[in-house]
Design a protein around this ligand. Structure first.
Ligand SMILES: [Zn+2]
Length: 489
């Protein structure tokens, strides 16, 4: 009898699926952690600038194909060989030492390059890239391919459409004393007439990306499986009316085209214009979006340390982005624990569900914030939702898996990273109701999908939800990937 019982128990144990043991990431060596993070489904990337996503080698290859030149003094790609000190990009590629020097110039890989800080090297590199606007579709294909290789299939990408037409119209119209009067004057001057060009350029960019990835053919690359939405990014430098023209065009674009899902404000937050006009920028976003209610808003805020800005600047940027501009997501938030009333602000963000897009590698390279000094753990402890992202993988010589791996050095465990990955879709600006009733916790699916999350196919009301909601569809796919991944250990 005893033997029969034992046999029965053994048979039952073999039939039941093994409960997945939670992996202890802190005990993994570098190689094991890298391979683990590459395969781990990371949900969605919410903070990725198209202009900073491409590695220097690729930019140089495109420059050579497009017949561009390199200014050998500034180590910058330029449209033509304007002086004897310029060389054709093709000639630079042919000389390994020069090629390496230009890649140094387009990235943060060489610490102290030309005596610049990481911050200055990073922000100045954008002016040296010289990528032609017609290469945006190629760049999009690179980003989609990189994400798919990392088992991640949702991307919210920051792009700057119609930069010169919108800003020059803003400069021409001028500041009319307050945001409301300026908005009326910008519309009167025809700002919104730029929307069809933005839509047409988006069509062209996506068509080129699909062509590069061979989507819709038998040779379709995995990148074709990535769902892409766009954030309209405005530059927080120059005059407020120039920044406002970009933001107002962004609001009109989001209203007109479902691929465009929200606004962003970018450029060094510590720069003179950004600091001087910070409050005005927040009031502009408040007016244009009805405090984030009519157009989703994500804002870079708190990408600051005392190395780059004085204490007063560090005291309120995240608070104003949340409370005045109505931001639903904060890019970086590194200075959050240093802001006035930080604990109350964190509690408010946790209650409202305002997410912080944490970029560990970017913060290390640009701000010099070591993983052990990063506030990611502080945010988690206060239940502020957090997602992980790359920021500018091309300049930073990184990838999303590397950001997840570095997050482990801040004390994050497997459960934390699983939540970060799920947050990358739940807190996206994708349309529709999500699969989860409790985002950032993930114990309770919405009623329609109770007991079904992770199944092969949704049934009944859950199938209806997944069919009609973009967000639920992406979440369903992610949960399938997660289940398959967890079955592997
Ligand atoms: Zn950024």
């Amino acid at each position: 009898m005893k033997r029969i019982l034992l046999g029965l128990i053994c048979a039952l144990a073999m039939a039941a699926p093994a409960a997945a043991a939670t992996p202890d990431l802190s005990k993994m060596g570098a190689g094991e952690l890298a391979a683990f993070m590459k395969a781990f489904p990371k949900g969605g990337e919410l903070h990725n600038h198209l202009s900073g996503a491409i590695y220097g080698e690729t930019l140089l290859n495109w420059a050579a194909e497009d017949g561009l030149c390199v200014d050998m003094t500034a180590l910058a790609i330029r449209p033509a060989c304007a002086s004897p000190d310029f060389k054709p990009a093709a000639a630079v590629i042919a000389d390994e030492a020069l090629r390496s020097l230009v890649v140094d110039s387009l990235s943060t890989r060489h610490p102290g390059f030309r005596d610049r800080s990481g911050h200055d090297q990073f922000f100045s590199s954008f002016s040296r890239m010289g990528m032609k606007p017609s290469r945006e579709g190629d760049a999009l294909a690179v980003v989609m391919g990189d994400l798919a290789r990392q088992n991640t299939f949702y991307l919210e990408l920051m792009v700057t459409p119609q930069f010169f037409p919108s800003r020059s119209l803003g400069a021409r119209v001028g500041w009319k004393g307050d945001p409301a009067a300026t908005r009326a004057a910008l519309s009167e001057a025809g700002l919104e007439k730029l929307v069809p060009t933005v839509v047409a350029n988006t069509d062209a960019m996506q068509a080129r990306a699909r062509e590069v990835l061979r989507c819709g053919t038998p040779e379709a690359r995995p990148g074709c499986q990535v769902t892409v939405r766009f954030l309209f990014q405005a530059i927080r430098q120059g005059k407020p009316e120039e920044t406002m023209a970009q933001l107002q065009l962004g609001v009109a674009t989001v209203a007109a085209d479902r691929r465009w899902v929200g606004l962003q404000l970018v450029a060094p937050e510590d720069s003179q214009d950004a600091v001087t006009h910070y409050d005005t920028h927040m009031k502009i976003v408040d007016l244009l979006t009805d405090r984030g209610r009519t157009t989703p808003v994500a804002l870079h805020a708190g990408e600051l340390t005392l190395d780059v800005a004085p204490p007063e600047t560090l005291s309120y940027h995240v608070a104003a982005a949340v409370r005045v501009a109505g931001a639903r997501r904060i890019g970086h938030g590194v200075d959050l624990p240093h802001e006035t009333g930080a604990e109350a602000l964190a509690a408010e963000m946790a209650a409202k569900g305002v997410l912080v897009e944490v970029n560990p590698i970017s913060n290390r390279e640009i701000l010099g914030v070591k993983p052990e000094d990063h506030p990611y753990a502080w945010l988690r402890k206060r239940r502020v939702p957090v997602a992980l992202s790359t920021d500018d993988a091309g300049i930073l010589r990184s990838d999303l898996s590397g950001d997840y791996a570095l997050a482990v050095k801040t004390g994050a465990g497997y459960g934390d990273l699983k939540t970060a990955a799920r947050n990358g879709i739940a807190f996206s600006f994708l349309a529709g109701e999500g699969l989860w009733a409790d985002p950032n916790v993930y114990r309770k699916p919405v009623a329609a999908c109770a007991g079904q999350v992770g199944n092969a196919e949704p049934r009944g009301a859950c199938a209806d939800l997944v069919a009609k909601s973009d967000k639920a569809r992406e979440q369903w796919r992610h949960e399938r990937l997660l289940k398959a991944f967890e079955a592997s250990f």
